[in-house]
Write a protein that binds this ligand. Structure first.
Ligand SMILES: [Ca+2]
Ligand SMILES: [Ca+2]
Ligand SMILES: [Ca+2]
Length: 295
């Protein structure tokens, strides 16, 4: 015979404890200084602090604690702070606060951040906690983004009397960076797209050239117009450049020297720089100031 002792046999809601938990926050380090210029995406210790929330007794509901800036001279562009969620039935959880290299800030001095819990956390009281961060050795964005496009068409009557439209995007061009002596240093962008976009950075001060390089030209000698002449029209190259954080370092210009009958590179594989047009000089000073001058 089985005998129950039903008097204490409460089940369900009547046993759930809805008392507010007291949350204690702690961090993997505090009063920490980050060297913004030395932030390395491969090394979390150069940009991240872990913040942990602990409660003494598990709660029947999730406790969600967003981390926010509570003081300091920095702003939302300088960091990202996560939200800590202690799941129902657990007693702790963590998130990270990450310091960001923010290009839009251009050039700044040292800054500070104070990070803590947002106000009015549901189902919990949070003990006072502040993560103090100093950000020193300001990082300055030195990437100049360069985009060159040759989108366009040309319509003509060919030698058989047929109207023909050619699409300049069928040309494959790439962009290259050369030093002041004209020696090619690297591709800026070498894809099969009709707009080549890439960045240059980390350059020693000095003069450089932006070069448009012919990879393949399907139009060379291919079309003859109604007068029997080889079609050879301008393929305008539209260049735009910009540097995040430096609004004065931006612009665009058009280069007219490329034509549809320009020669293909003869070597195989297509050697960069063999058939090429210089479109601008770039003057670099202090490692991050750029002056772009169309040729
Ligand atoms: Ca800042
Ligand atoms: Ca900064
Ligand atoms: Ca290309």
């Amino acid at each position: 015979m089985i005998t129950g002792c039903s008097e204490d046999d409460y089940t369900g809601l009547s046993q759930i404890d809805y008392n507010k938990r007291t949350v204690t926050l702690s961090s993997s380090s505090n009063n920490v200084t980050f060297d913004e210029s030395m932030i390395d995406p491969e090394d979390e210790s150069t940009y991240s602090v872990t913040v942990t929330a602990t409660i003494e007794e598990a709660s029947p509901v999730n406790i969600v604690i967003p981390l926010v800036q509570t003081g300091g001279t920095g702003d939302s562009g300088d960091f990202s702070a996560g939200t800590i969620t202690i799941p129902a039935g657990f007693t702790s959880a963590s998130t990270t606060v990450e310091i960001l290299q923010d290009c839009e800030s251009a050039i700044e001095g040292d800054e500070t951040l104070e990070i803590g819990a947002a106000n009015n956390i549901a189902n919990a009281n949070v003990n006072p906690f502040t993560l103090n961060i100093a950000i020193e050795n300001d990082w300055v964005n030195d990437e100049l983004v360069i985009s060159v496009s040759w989108k366009g068409t040309h319509t003509f009557i060919d030698d058989a009397g047929t109207e023909v439209t050619i699409d300049f995007c069928n040309m494959d061009l790439d962009t290259l960076l050369a030093d002041g002596m004209g020696n090619i240093l690297d591709y800026i962008s070498g894809t099969s797209n009709c707009t080549e976009e890439g960045g240059i950075s980390g350059l020693a001060d000095g003069t450089y050239y932006i070069i448009v390089d012919m990879y393949e030209n399907p139009f060379e000698g291919y079309y003859t117009d109604e007068d029997g002449d080889v079609v050879n029209v301008s393929v305008p190259l539209t260049t735009s450049y910009s540097q995040c954080g430096f609004t004065d370092t931006s612009g665009s210009f058009v280069t007219e020297s490329l034509t549809t009958n320009i020669a293909n590179p003869v070597s195989d594989p297509h050697a960069p720089g063999e058939v090429a047009i210089g479109i601008a000089t770039v003057e670099v000073t202090d490692g991050y100031n750029y002056v772009v001058t169309p040729l």
